[in-house]
Design a protein around this ligand. Sequence first.
Ligand SMILES: [Zn+2]
Length: 377
Amino acid sequence: MFGKRMKLFKLLGFEVRIDASWIVIAVLITWSLASGLFPYMYPHLPPGTYWFMGVVGALGLFASIVAHEFCHSLVARKFGMQMKGITLFIFGGVAEMGDEPPTARAEFMMAIVGPLSSIAIGVIFYGIYRLGLASGWSTPVNGVTYYLAYINGILAAFNLLPAFPLDGGRVLRSILWGAKDNLRWATRVSSAIGAAFGVGLIVLGIFQFISGNVIGGLWMFLIGLFLRNAAQMSYQQILVRKALEGEKVRRFMNTNPVTVQDSITVEHLVEDYIYKHHYKMFPVMSGDKLVGCITTRQVKEIPREAWGRETIREAASACSPENTISPDTDAIQALARMNQGGVSRLLVVENGRLVGLVTLKDLLDFFSLKVELEEQG
Ligand SMILES: [Zn+2]
């Protein structure tokens, strides 16, 4: 679902990114506003004005969504959860969590603050709109502030639907979770409701499309599709989490990884190790001492003509919490570590010595075998 992401800016320690899909959506929103909603609500304005209103309206919507996601992130941080940043895509954004919420109460607070912030933003824009009317501001200005008041109300209402993983669905899950003290069951119930809402929206969208409401129908269809996928994915995530919980990295790491000496050249590494073993990462040793690791990503950054003279020692990255893990770490934490660092391999280190290597593929293979062998019982 996530494609290429672009970093926009950093605020209060959170990185704000946009998914490539959001650019398509931004164009679609601007176009819907400039050629649909604004000409309908405020006829007889010049076409250029509608486009200007469309762009400002889309930017205002963008800022509103960022503010909504920020409120989630701030509450999450208050409950001690690690947040990776905010990525805007399709309808709205996601505040990316490194972990699941620690408690039902934390999830409830985190979820409810989103719709509340949208309501607050909507009320503020409505106040500005009323002020504009009273002070005789021009129609395009009042039009945009009215739209932003209205769309924030819609955002709040949409996010309050009890359809997991929307905010309302998270509120529902936290209540179920708190009531039965069973996160897996709570997620199963709330994501089934979420998926049902998604299918309902898809059907409604097709119906609207056929009966002539092309733009509205298209939006419903897209949102329904997104919701259904997101609901199913969230439940699968919980399954993976449950299967890997309590499993130590030691159990499925590769205890005999191929290592390289730090004195060899990049050329040597590429020819005799990367092309031979097809691994993307090699632990780098100096004698029998682990000094770091080298990845294909780092090799790519070295100009081709330097491969013959540059040694691995200069190109490798030193051992750090980003690329190493202890064999007694929980598999779930290994997964979170890979996710945070954007890597698929970690060095397994015990008392400063390399004892193995763990890859995302190992984790997933272990998971699918475990499900296959144990689930039937
Ligand atoms: Zn939200």
